[in-house]
Every structure is written in structure tokens, then in C-alpha cells.
Design a binder for this molecule. Sequence first.
Ligand SMILES: *Cc1c(COP(=O)(O)O)cnc(C)c1O
Length: 372
Amino acid sequence: MLRGPVAEINLSALLHNFQTIKNNVPNRQIVPVVKADAYGHGSIEISHLLQKQGVEYLAVAFTGEARILRESGINCQIIVLFDKDAGECIELNLIPVIHSVEAAHEFSKEAKKRNTYLNVHIKIDTGMGRLGLTGEHILDELLTISKMPGIHITGILSHFSEADLKDRTFALNQLNKFISIRDSLSASLDKYIFSYIANSAAVMSFPEAYLDAVRPGIMLYGYSPLSYQISPDDRNFYDKLIPVMTVKTNILSLRNVPEGTPISYGRTFITKRKSKIGVIPLGYADGFSRLFSNNAEVLVRGKRVPVVGRVCMDMTMIDVTEVEDVKEEDEVVIIGSQGKEKITAYELATRANTITYEILTSLGSRARRIYV
Ligand SMILES: *Cc1c(COP(=O)(O)O)cnc(C)c1O
């Protein structure tokens, strides 16, 4: 047995999710976000698939991620959301997102030095409190940047901090601020300014924010970012998304133990009956959080069974006493379906008090991936 879990990536589910976004956001650019190795799904494979669908842009976090894509033959435009490496952006023909006047200077200097120019997007902080032009002088700063040699502003963007909430007051504030800056810039420069702000949450529930392009991440991978119970009207998208990742492993060892047997570090679980305990080669080193100790279920032979005792670095114990005919090597589903049962990243996220994003990136980035 190869060590650890396998992540099965269902490419037709990904295509389906992409098509669902396209159908619901007509006549706009879709900028799929493939940062963090495509949320743990493998950025090379996912990007090639999307490029074949004709996307004009992809978005990554850092130039290193873009380099991997370029070297694998991705030739569409790549937007780099967070990096400042001007040299890499020029060499790899990337579109950097610039967050400050100082950074813009550096890009300008580097482009001039190389006797070339760069198309850049400028980030406006409208309330995320992370990166971007902020404060009273955003328009002046944009105009300053627009005059710098070697860089051309071809777009502006912003990012929502809570478009996933039902109360959209703050998101609407952010959107209005962004639109007002765009309009002022457009008037000052007397040209159309390509602008985009919508993440998955906005794509799903906030059509006013679609603007020129949308930037979905998590939806592509089959999960809703919305943190409230979806109303029937909003189910449009929600029901249509298909989770792309399945995570599986196999039972490494089966042991019959008497009542009163302590299981794993700290003896946090003690069998209350004669039990059959399965040991699975999956632990926190594989991204299966220690928070799942005595606090998750997995599927074996179509049945939900509990994790018992503490999750170890690369092992976890499960109680399979009630699974008929269970055998070593039996498949164990961590995320995915087996028979009628299904475990989602959302279920795991809820148990660990986190979000699906963290579950997918944790498990997906360490598993051996296979594409189906
Ligand atoms: C990650 C990210 C996105 C995508 O967010 P989702 O919630 O996954 O849709 C969009 N824009 C920026 C700037 C991001 O960092």
C-alpha cells in the first residue's frame, strides 16, 4: 500500500461547476481562482482543463504558482493576486495586482530597466482590511500610478470581506465605494476601466457585483461559501454544484479488542464493549486535523463509523464493530460517497469549526491525486 490517502479529482464535476457559473453569469469574463494548488485539487490539471474551456484569465496568489503553470504550458493571462516580484511578472508575462504606490514604483522601475512595459491591475481596499490602496487619496494615488512609465493600468479590483452573509449592508458599501472610485478614475482618464470584485459568495447571491468579471474559487470546486441557510430562491446555484474532491484510504489493520481497551494517545477513548477497531493510514500530517479526534465519521462498506481516540500524525483509529464482513484493505471514504451515505467537506468543516476551504486545501494538498 502506498502511504496515506488518495484524493480523487472529478474533472467532469469541475467542468459542470464552471458551466453552471457561466450559465448564471452571462457575458462576463470568468477568472477562475486556482491559488493554493487549486484549493488542493492540483493547479496544473485544473488550469489546463479551464484553458481548454476558453478562459482568458486565471488567478493565482504568487508568481511561483504562475511559473509552475507557465512551465506546464498554460498560455492564457495569469493574474497574480498578492506578489510583488516585478522581474518574475515580466519574464513570465503575468498581470500583477499592485497594492500600493511604492510597489507600483518598483514595477515601473523594473519594466523601464528592461525596456518593456507591464499591464497591471490595481487593488483597492474597500473594507477587507488586507491589501490595496486605502484612505482618503485613492483616486490621487491611482492617477499617480497611471502616469508611471512602464506600467499600464488595465483593470482595478477589490475584495469582499463578508459577501457570504445574508445581511449585505457592508458588502453593498464596499461595492458602492468601489464603483465610485472606478467612475472617478474613468472620468479622470477618460477611458473605460475594467473592474471586478465578485468572489464565489457574490457570484451566488449578489448579481449587482458582477461588473466586468467574476473571480470564483470555492464554487468551482463544488462548495457554497454562503454561511447562512439558503432560501429556496437562492438554491439556483447551491443545488447545482458538485463537489470535485473525494478523499479515500484503506484499512491498514483490523484488531478485535475486549471491552475497556484504551485507544490512542491520552486514552481519550475506551471501548465500552468487545470491539473491532480499524487503523487507517491517515493523520494530521495528511491534513486530517487532530480536531477530528473522537469527532468525525468515515464511511466503510456504505456505513458511517466513528473516529475513536486521538488522530495521530499518520494514523487514525475507527470503530468498525458494526460493519458486517469488514476486512483489512477495505476502502475508507473520508470525503465523498459510498452507497447511500455521503460525507462532505462542509460536514468536516463544521465539526472542526472551520470552513470548507481549509478542509479541501489541507487534505487535497497532501494526498496522492488521481484524476477521474
Ligand atoms: C481567494 C480569492 C478569491 C476567491 O474566493 P472564493 O471565496 O473562493 O470564491 C477571489 N478574489 C481574491 C482576491 C481572493 O483572494
